[in-house]
Design a protein around this ligand. Structure first.
Ligand SMILES: [Zn+2]
Ligand SMILES: [Zn+2]
Length: 272
């Protein structure tokens, strides 16, 4: 069983409830549609399993998960089509591209438009609506359930799904040798990219060099032993810097502790 199959199961169950033409069944349809939406989004998150942050595994809200996926790959939210061809000139698109297929995705807009509204269908009308003598508009609810069914049906029928193609830069971690692979912007940006080793949490800054090439800078600094007559230095990673952290110097055996410091500079104003 995977999330995509579960999504299909819940979508079929929703269709069954919509087709019964009994208004009281629409709430069950709404529940099934919500579960189908969640399963589709979880399935996409799993397709980014190397990049999806483990600390977000407890997140269940589809919009929150989608926001994370869009941060990882800005095109996650967009329908796409895939074509391949043999390059005749290096770096130039082929003249004969073969269309492989298209991907229809569940977009952030779909989630924003429909997910919360489906949630409203699972509740009693509120006091304000009651006060205004409003009652549940089942006709509208049926229309919306059918609209959402159609969207999810076309997403689940997509011949291509969970494409996570992208440009990657990789090295072996300077600290632990663990291979690190990082998705980088397909268009050169000047901002650089931050990346962390999943194994030892060493952090790096990727500086764009043009043409999709990146220079990896380790976020570590050489720090001299605090003993002025000792010339020993160590490399400290950014993650290791913290108040009260310490190390024993290999050369003089002394203890170096990171503390807060205070720098005072006198006023530039000349006193009267
Ligand atoms: Zn590492
Ligand atoms: Zn020392």
């Amino acid at each position: 069983m995977n999330f995509r199959n579960l999504a299909r199961k819940h979508l079929q169950a929703a269709k069954k409830q919509i087709d019964l033409h009994d208004d009281s069944n629409l709430r069950y349809a709404a529940l099934e549609l919500r579960m189908a939406m969640e399963a589709i989004v979880y399935d996409r998150a799993l397709s980014f399993k190397d990049e999806f942050p483990e600390k977000e595994y407890d997140t269940w809200q589809p919009k929150k998960i989608m926001t994370i996926l869009i941060e990882i790959e800005p095109t996650t939210d967009k329908d796409s089509s895939l074509s391949v061809g043999i390059e005749e000139l290096s770096g130039k698109p082929s003249q004969k591209m073969k269309h492989i297929g298209s991907e229809k995705v569940l977009s952030m807009k779909n989630l924003k438009d429909h997910y919360d509204r489906l949630g409203n269908y699972l509740h009693m009308i509120n006091l304000r609506s009651f006060h205004r003598n409003k009652s549940t508009n089942f006709e509208r609810m049926r229309g919306r359930c059918f609209e959402i069914f159609s969207i999810l049906d076309s997403v689940l029928a997509s011949p291509l799904f969970n494409c996570t193609l992208g440009t990657f830069s990789h090295i072996d971690c300077f600290e632990c040798d663990n291979p690190i692979r990082k998705r980088v912007p397909s268009m050169d940006n000047d901002l650089g990219v931050e990346v962390e080793c999943k194994n030892c949490k060493a952090s790096y800054n990727l500086e764009p060099q043009g043409n999709g090439n990146y220079l990896w800078h380790a976020n570590r600094q050489k720090i001299l032993c605090g003993n002025e007559s000792c010339k020993q230095s160590i490399n400290i990673w950014e993650r290791e810097v913290g108040l009260g952290k310490f190390w024993f110097c290999k050369s003089c055996g002394g203890k170096n502790t990171i503390t807060y410091g205070l720098v005072f500079e006198p006023s530039a104003k000349i006193p009267e």
